[in-house]
Ligand binder design. Structure first.
Ligand code: BES
Ligand code: MN
Ligand code: MN
Length: 456
C-alpha cells in the first residue's frame, strides 16, 4: 500500500492522536508549565514506541529532555536523523484566540491550537510516516529521532547534547519539518534560515520613581531615553546604525536576486492579509529580501512606568526592552551581540545607566542545493505535489541546524509543510489538514529517495 492510501485509511486516528498531544501546554518559556513540558515529551515517546521504534527514551539535558527513538534496519544502510521540537511558544494573549489554544479543534479545514504547526503537528507527521513505513515494510534505511523541548527558548542545551551523544547520533543526513512552504499549490524546500541574537536591556535613571510634576523635565525619563535609543538604531533608510553590523553580510548578485524574485509573491495580498496600508523596511530591497536575505533589528517588547487604570503622574525610574537581531548566514551571533552591547552602552546618555543581557542566539544557515539532502526533499515533494518545489530562503531561525553541520558534520534537509500565514507564535495558530496529511504522505518518499541517491 502506498503512503497516500495509508493516510486515507487512518485520517481520523492521525488527527485524534495529534489532538492528544496538542492538549498538553508544553510552553518551555514559562516555569508554570514545567510539568506539561515533560508530559509532552512522554506522550510522543510513547507514540514512537507504539509505531514500532526501538530504544525510545527521554535523554536528560540540563534543561528539558530530548526524546530519542530509533529503528536500525541494517547498519550498512544510510541513517536519517530526524529533528523537531515538542515545546511551544506561550499562547498569550489568550483573549485573542477564537477557541482556547490548548483545546485543539478543526475549523475551515485547519487544526487550531498552539503548536499545531510549530512544531507538534509537523513532528507528528514524521511519527505517522514512520508508522506507515513500519506497518508496510517500507522503511528503506535506518532512522533516529531527536525531538527537543527547548527550541522556542534558543536550544540552549542542544550543542552539549550533540557533542555528548555524537556516536549515538551518527547519521548521514538531518531531516527537519519546522519551516514553511510558499503555498499549497507552490511547494518549496527551504535553503536558508536567519540567525538570531536576542537581548534584554534596562535603562535606569533616578534611584526611585519620582513625582513627575516635581522632577519632570529636570531628570531623564528612562522610557523616553530608551525609545530614542531604539529609534536611533535604524536610520531614515532603515539601515541599522550599529558600527560594523553589515561587515559580514553576504551581498547577493543581481542574477541571484532576480532568480529569488521569481518565486511567487503578491505584495497587495501580503498587505491585505496583514491589514496594513503599506510595508516598511530597508531601502533598496524587496519585502521578500527584507525578510530573508537581509538582517534586521526589532524591538520585541518594551515596558516601564505606570500602565494600570487611570492616570498616575510618575517619572519612572527604569524602562526595559527586549530587542532581537535577525542575522544572515555569515554574521556570527556572538559577535553581533557584542557589537549591539557596545553600541547600546555607547549611545546611552550620562543621565542614565544601562544594562544589556544576551538571552539567546543562533547562527543562520544556507543549505546547498547540490546535496543529496536537497535533492531527496525536492524529489519527494515533486512526487506528491505533482510539481517541482522551488528553493526558498526563509526569515525564521532554527539555531540547531548550524550545529548539525558544525558538531555532527551533517547537512540538513529543511522540508516543512506549514504556511507563513499559519499564525506561528500568534493567537489562532493553525495547520491545514491538507498540509498535515500531505506531510505524512511525502516523508516516506524522502526516505526512499535519500536511500536510493545514497547508493550512487
Ligand atoms: N519553526 C520556527 C522557525 C521558523 C519559522 C523557520 C518559520 C522558518 C519559517 C522555530 O520554532 C522558531 O520559532 N524559532 C525561533 C528561534 C528562537 C527562539 C531562538 C525564531 O525564529 O524566533
Ligand atoms: Mn519551530
Ligand atoms: Mn517557533
Amino acid at each position: 500500500m502506498d503512503s497516500l492510501t495509508y493516510v486515507n485509511q487512518n485520517k481520523q486516528r492521525f488527527l485524534d492522536e495529534l489532538f492528544g498531544w496538542l492538549l498538553i501546554p508544553s510552553v518551555s518559556a514559562d516555569p508554570k508549565f514545567n510539568e506539561d513540558v515533560f508530559e509532552a515529551a512522554e506522550y510522543v515517546k510513547k507514540k514512537f514506541e507504539e509505531a514500532g521504534a526501538e530504544n525510545c527514551e527521554l535523554i536528560p539535558t540540563d534543561g528539558f529532555p530530548v526524546v530519542y527513538a530509533e529503528k536500525i534496519v541494517d547498519p550498512s544502510k544510510p541513517t536519517i536523523l530526524m529533528y523537531g521540537h515538542y515545546d511551544v511558544q506561550p499562547a498569550d494573549p489568550y483573549e485573542l484566540w477564537e477557541t482556547p489554544p490548548f483545546e485543539p479543534v478543526v475549523r475551515n479545514e485547519n487544526i487550531y491550537a498552539r503548536g499545531s504547526c510549530d512544531d507538534k503537528g509537523q513532528v507528528y507527521m514524521h511519527v505517522k510516516a514512520f508508522e506507515y513505513m513500519m506497518k508496510n515494510d517500507a522503511l528503506p534505511c535506518n532512522v533516529k529521532f531527536i525531538i527537543e523541548g527547548e527550541e522556542e527558548i534558543g536550544s540552549k542545551h542542544l550543542d552539549d547534547f550533540l557533542r555528548k551523544h555524537k556516536d549515538k547520533l551518527k547519521a548521514d543526513v538531518v531531516l527537519v519539518s519546522d519551516t514553511s512552504m510558499i503555498a499549497n499549490d507552490c511547494p518549496s524546500v527551504t535553503i536558508g534560515l536567519r540567525g538570531l541574537s536576542y537581548m534584554e536591556v534596562e535603562v535606569v535613571a533616578a534611584n526611585r520613581d519620582l513625582h513627575s510634576g516635581t522632577y519632570g523635565g529636570a531628570v531623564a525619563n528612562p522610557i523616553q531615553v530608551l525609545a530614542r535609543m531604539i529609534s536611533s538604531m535604524k536610520d531614515e533608510n532603515n539601515h541599522i546604525t550599529i558600527p560594523g553590523f553589515y561587515d559580514d553580510v553576504v551581498e547577493y548578485s543581481k542574477e541571484q536576486r532576480d532568480e529569488m524574485a521569481k518565486r511567487p509573491f503578491n505584495l497587495d495580498a501580503y498587505k491585505k492579509e496583514l491589514g496594513i496600508e503599506d510595508v516598511e523596511g530597508e531601502a533598496g530591497y524587496s519585502s521578500l529580501e527584507r525578510a530573508t536575505i537581509r538582517p534586521t533589528l526589532e524591538c520585541n517588547g518594551m515596558w516601564g512606568g505606570y500602565i494600570g487604570a487611570g492616570a498616575k503622574t510618575v517619572l519612572p525610574s527604569k524602562a526595559n526592552a527586549k530587542i532581537s537581531l535577525r542575522l544572515v548566514a555569515n554574521q556570527s551571533s556572538a559577535k553581533m551581540s557584542v557589537l549591539f552591547q557596545k553600541h547600546f552602552e555607547k549611545i546611552a546618555p550620562k543621565s542614565v545607566k544601562v544594562k544589556v543581557s544576551v538571552l539567546s542566539g543562533g547562527e543562520g544557515v544556507i543549505t546547498p542545493m547540490n546535496s543529496t539532502a536537497y535533492e531527496a526533499a525536492s524529489m519527494a515533494m515533486e512526487k506528491t505535489f505533482g510539481k517541482k518545489p522551488i528553493p526558498s530562503m526563509e526569515g525564521g531561525s532554527i539555531p540547531v541546524v548550524a550545529a548539525f553541520e558544525k558538531i555532527l558534520g551533517l547537512k540538513t534537509a529543511l522540508m516543512g509543510f506549514g504556511l507563513d500565514t499559519d499564525a506561528l507564535h500568534s493567537p489562532n495558530e493553525h495547520f491545514g489538514l491538507f498540509n498535515y496529511y500531505k506531510g505524512i504522505e511525502t516523508i516516506p518518499y524522502f526516505f526512499q529517495y535519500f536511500t536510493e541517491l545514497s547508493k550512487k
